[in-house]
Design a protein around this ligand. Structure first.
Ligand SMILES: [Zn+2]
Length: 271
């Protein structure tokens, strides 16, 4: 009896799709199977192709310390960190998702840049991103996934406003650069120059300006408006309205700073 060709191809297609999905799940859960080496440090499994620089572990521990300030921090969360040191996995990731310093999703951080662990930076085309802060940024995305789940994270479409989803990892990662007024002043100065879309910090690393803007807006919402990240995600405030409110706050603070004696209340209310 002749087999129905449509049924045959449907079966083959289903098996192929299941196989690919299974493979992808295995990679997401255990990406180190793709690498020559893995090194465990605390909750982190580092997947690497070449010998691991001990300085990398120090920078990763620094990133983990930054995460502890987050309301999303989960001490039981175990993450894999994949290096871009000759393995094809970050290369394929870059082809699929576009070139980036790194990606954080599910339970893994994948670095897409060339890492200089001793110098504490990742580099792409001469642009440097602080390595500790990069890993803290990407790991914060993992914490977002861990808290809100795959379907309620920004992976299949935009469940949350981009500036909140990206600004929050910057907020956690840049804890050491916490002076909001200085950060806004620096942004305004750089926007007046030919900046190529990139803004530098004092350690010669930097970030894309849109991320920097998202960071200061989240910093404003959390440190001045005192919202939690949960509250920020639920807040319906328009992005432009938040930016306008932040700039009003900034101008008032700047003028108080310039004329401290003209306002006796300022010294009492300022923190
Ligand atoms: Zn991000």
């Amino acid at each position: 009896m002749k087999r129905n060709p449509i049924k045959k191809w449907t079966l083959r297609l289903s098996v192929t799709i299941l196989f690919i999905m299974g493979l992808l799940a295995a990679i997401v859960l255990k990406p180190c199977v793709l690498y020559a080496h893995s090194t465990i440090d605390g909750n982190y499994t580092i997947c690497h192709q070449q010998k691991l620089d001990p300085a990398f572990i120090e920078q990763l521990r620094g990133a983990n310390d930054l995460l502890k300030s987050s309301e999303l921090y989960d001490p039981a969360l175990k993450l894999s960190v994949c290096l871009n040191d000759g393995n094809y996995y970050p290369v394929v990731m870059g082809k699929i998702r576009g070139a980036a310093f790194g990606w954080g999703f599910a339970n893994e951080v994948v670095l897409g840049c060339n890492v200089n662990a001793a110098g504490n930076y990742g580099e792409i085309n001469g642009y440097r991103y602080n390595l500790t802060e990069l890993m803290a940024h990407e790991a914060t995305h993992c914490m977002e996934f861990n808290r809100y789940g795959l379907l309620h994270s920004n992976v299949f479409g935009n469940n949350h406003a981009w500036w909140k989803w990206e600004g929050y990892p910057e907020y956690i990662a840049r804890k050491g650069r916490a002076d909001l007024r200085n950060n806004i002043s620096h942004l305004l100065d750089v926007e007046k120059t030919g900046n190529n879309g990139w803004i530098y910090f004092e350690d010669s690393t930097g970030v894309v300006i849109s991320y920097y803007k998202a960071w200061v807006m989240v910093q404003y919402c959390m440190d001045v408006r005192r919202l939690s990240f949960d509250q920020l995600l639920r807040d319906n405030g328009d992005e432009n309205a938040v930016a306008t409110e932040m700039m009003e706050w900034y101008k008032i603070r700047q003028s108080r700073n310039k004329h401290p004696r003209s306002n006796h209340e300022s010294s009492k209310s300022k923190k």
